[in-house]
Design a protein around this ligand. Structure first.
Ligand code: NDP
Length: 249
């Protein structure tokens, strides 16, 4: 039995990393998938090819989640192609690790626009499209959302906001049969962590050593939790943030 048969899902930031993992897992579980990306068309096309190989119906849509017009376009394309929407995964996110003193106004706007305004805009559109059958929203927070990292104060603040948004919206959306939850991953292998210089042998050893299960997360680990939250198995769960980090705190 497939967990997401007949469902239509938008996964933002699905051209690489955790988002690509979630898009592929959703396709494998029977969903039709909208692969959103900001600039990496090649990455999105690669994910589409893998979904096609798995027999999944999928399209790629370029849209900056912090731009209202782009977000409207993302949802219009979804409706035009699939005629319905069941699941929204707000995965698109950016991070930079630097001392508090170095946080610039531009970086503040970059992180808050993508990580916080983005989910607000997409959820506003999603609740217009979710039908009488309700819907499921999954937001990507981070372990850093509840325990600020010394050189990631700004990023942690964005992810705390994501958790607050998730909890706060659950009471508003519950009456319409829309469940909203967040996943807080621990340190997870991705293109983003690699380009931030966090995949050195030394970093990997360090994060594995502070993780009870003794290794880094993989996109597939996070995707498994997203499949669960998107499925009817999580029918009684809303407003929660679930840590998926091998026991790390
Ligand atoms: P990556 O940097 O590997 O991938 C980020 C994705 O987001 C890309 O597909 C990118 O698209 C997309 N994206 C970035 N900005 C925008 C935008 N404005 N509009 C649309 N898409 C955008 O990130 P990860 O896979 O590491 O992280 C995914 C999510 O998980 C993020 O929200 C992150 O904060 C969270 N997370 C990650 C952890 C980790 O250790 N990896 C730990 C905890 C949380 P494009 O390639 O086209 O630019």
């Amino acid at each position: 039995m497939k967990f997401l048969n007949g469902k239509v899902a938008i996964v933002t930031g699905a051209s690489k990393g955790i988002g690509a993992g979630i898009a592929k897992a959703f396709g494998t579980e029977g969903a039709s998938v909208v692969v959103n990306y900001a600039s990496s068309k090649a990455g999105a096309d690669h994910v589409l090819a893998e979904l096609a190989d798995a027999g999944c119906h999928a399209i790629a849509v370029k849209a900056d989640v912090s731009n209202p017009k782009d977000v409207e376009h993302l949802f219009a394309e979804t409706k035009a192609t699939f005629g319905r929407l069941d699941i929204l995964v707000n995965n698109a996110g950016v991070f930079r690790f630097e001392p508090f003193e170095d946080i610039s106004v531009d970086e503040f706007h970059r992180e808050f626009s993508t990580n916080v305004l983005g989910p607000i805009l997409t959820i506003q559109e999603a609740i217009k499209q979710f039908g009488f059958h309700g819907g499921r929203v999954i937001n990507l927070s981070s372990l850093a959302g509840s325990r600020s990292l010394p050189n990631g104060i700004l990023y942690s603040a964005t992810k705390a906001a994501v958790q607050s948004l998730t909890q706060g919206l659950s009471s508003k959306l519950g009456a319409r049969g829309i469940r909203i939850n967040a996943i807080a991953p621990g340190y997870t292998r991705s293109e983003g962590t690699a380009s931030e210089g966090l995949m050195s042998e030394e970093s990997i050893k360090h994060y594995a050593s502070i993780t009870p299960l003794g290794r880094l997360g993989e996109p597939e680990d996070i995707a498994a939790a997203a499949v669960f939250l998107a499925s009817d198995a999580a029918a009684w769960i809303t407003g929660e943030t679930i840590r998926v980090g091998g026991g790390a705190r």
